[in-house]
Structures are given as C-alpha cells and as structure tokens.
Design a protein around this ligand. Structure first.
Ligand SMILES: O=P(O)(O)OC[C@H]1O[C@H](O)[C@H](O)[C@@H](O)[C@@H]1O
Length: 296
C-alpha cells in the first residue's frame, strides 16, 4: 500500500478501522497515527508519554464521515457555511480522501505531505479551484502546516481550523493559560462578544471563538500532571469547545462520560478573521504541539 512513500521504520501504511487507509510515522522522539481520509492526525504519542490527543470511543470509521477526535482539518469554512445551511459543517476537507505527495526522514524528524485539489465533487460544493496541503512533521514536537493556494482566477475567502481534541484526565482538572485579555464570540449566546478577563478554567458547556493570534497557549492538566504547549502562526482565532455532558449524551459519536476526557483548543482563522486570497496567493496556517511534566 502506497509503497513509494513507505520508509522502513519511519513511515508505514495500513488499512485501519473501517478499512480506511492509515499511516504511522515514527521518529526517535515519538509516534503519530493519521488517517488519509481527512488528513486527520488521530494520535500523537511523544516517547514514554500518554497520547496528547483524544479519539472518541464511540467514533465510527466510515468512508466519507468525519472521525470524532484527533485533529480534523476544518476547511474551506469553519463551522456552518455562512450562507447555505445545507452544506456540511466545517467544510469538506475532513471528509475527503487526501493523496500522499511526499515522505521524508532525517535523523530526528519524519515528515509526510498530504494534498487535496479541486475535483468534480468539490466543485459541486465549492466552485473555486484550489490546492491544499498538510505538512506533518514529527520531531521533538508535532508541527502541522496547512497551506491553501488559490489556483483560480478570482479572489477567495477561507475560514479554517486545525480542530485539535486534547486528551485530559478530566475537564474538572484543567486550566488554560494564554487567553486572558482577549475577547471572544460566545457561540452559546448567539455569538455575543465578551471579554476574557482572567485565565480560563473551562466549565463545559462552552463554545467560544477567541480573537487570539499570540503563540504559546498552555493546557495544564493537574490529573495527568502534564502541560501541553500549543504554538501557532498565521492564526487569528483560537476556538475552545466542549459541549458538556448533557449535550454530549445526545451526540452519538461522543457520549456523556467520554466528553469529560477531552477539550478542543483549535488554531484557526474564523468569523471576522477569514483569510482573503487573491488569485495565485497562498496562506500557511501552522500549529505546533509539545508537552512537558507539570511542575507544581
Ligand atoms: O460536530 P462537529 O461538526 O464536528 O463540530 C464540533 C464543534 O466544532 C467547533 O468546535 C465548533 O465551535 C462547535 O460549535 C462544534 O460543535
């Protein structure tokens, strides 16, 4: 399977759950599993540590259906389509089968590039010609670069997110540092704009789009005694989401109790931070993850 891109000991392909094509990247400092459907990273395990990412125990692996957990790619719109509520939430990139463009291994890093281009199917949903790539670089950190290229003759607007689901001991035992002083759009109150005066101790349900472009968010987990560091660039939005047990109980691929085990902290460009791309232009959204022990 995908033989030209296989690198013994570093890059391996296999049919995973639901027979969907999966890929495992190995580097001296960690391991990543991803699914070619959606170019979705499902697992990131730094050597000797627990997974940074959460996958729902209730997710289904079905061709064309979004997998619940890991890092879905929301593109070319984030959330509901701004004009047409019949179009799929979070765009079509997360449901599409991506192609492999290259793979590479050096002493410390293992990399793969996945790509998606317009097709008859995407043109039905989004008429714009485009080329989209996701570079996944595993070293001492996990770095994702989502690059949008406008290959068409007209300017285009894109909203997007690397929708990371972080595994936590419990949503009761976490704290997020780096958002104080930002304002947010509260999706649970018709996008009301509110100030974030202090650092955030999330109490689900919450669904917030922060106007936030700084790098260096920290997710502190007092149960796992771990800090996840989220660095980013070319991202003017951070989205924090957990539906809470009551709502999650009614979401078939989450469930009440499992919802306590993750928090979404997403790096993107949403709402008023849409990216405008003239013909021929490109834009690269970057998110880099690492973790360390929490010193108390
Ligand atoms: O259920 P999904 O389409 O995957 O969306 C899951 C969630 O994604 C984001 O975090 C949005 O801000 C939420 O409003 C949405 O519920």
């Amino acid at each position: 399977m995908f033989k030209p891109f296989t690198l013994p000991g570093r890059v391996r392909f296999y049919a995973g759950p639901g027979q969907l094509p999966h890929c495992e990247l190995t580097a001296p400092a960690g391991q990543v599993v991803l699914c070619l459907q959606g170019a979705q990273v499902l697992s990131y395990i730094p050597t000797g540590q627990p997974d940074l990412l959460w996958i729902s125990p209730n997710t289904q692996y079905i061709q064309g259906k979004a997998i619940r957990g890991g890092i879905p790619v929301c593109w070319p719109w984030f959330g509901d389509h701004p004009e047409d509520g019949n179009l799929p939430a979070h765009g079509f990139a997360r449901n599409a089968l991506w192609e492999i463009r290259s793979s590479f291994a050096a002493d410390d890093t293992t990399q793969i590039q996945l790509g998606l281009t317009e097709s008859a199917t995407t043109r039905q949903i989004w008429p714009t010609p485009f080329d989209l790539t996701l570079d996944i670089e595993l070293g001492h950190t996990l770095k994702l670069t989502l690059t949008t290229r406008n290959t068409g003759p007209q300017s285009v607007m894109v909203t997007e997110a690397l929708h990371s689901y972080f595994a936590v001991s419990s949503t009761d035992s976490i704290h997020i540092e780096g958002l104080s002083g930002c304002r947010y759009h509260d999706k649970l109150e018709a996008f009301a704009i509110k100030p974030q005066r202090e650092e955030l101790t999330p109490t689900p349900p919450l669904d917030r789009v922060y106007d936030h472009s700084a790098s260096g968010l920290k997710l502190l987990d007092y149960g796992l005694k771990r800090v996840i560091q989220i660095d980013k660039s070319a991202s003017d939005s951070t989205i924090v989401w957990n539906p809470g047990t009551e709502v999650a109980g009614g979401i078939g691929d989450i469930g009440a109790e499992p919802s306590r085990r993750y928090i979404c902290i997403e790096s993107g460009n949403a709402l008023g931070s849409a990216v405008s791309l003239p013909p021929g232009a490109s834009h690269a959204l970057v998110m880099e993850l690492s973790s360390a022990a929490l010193e108390e």
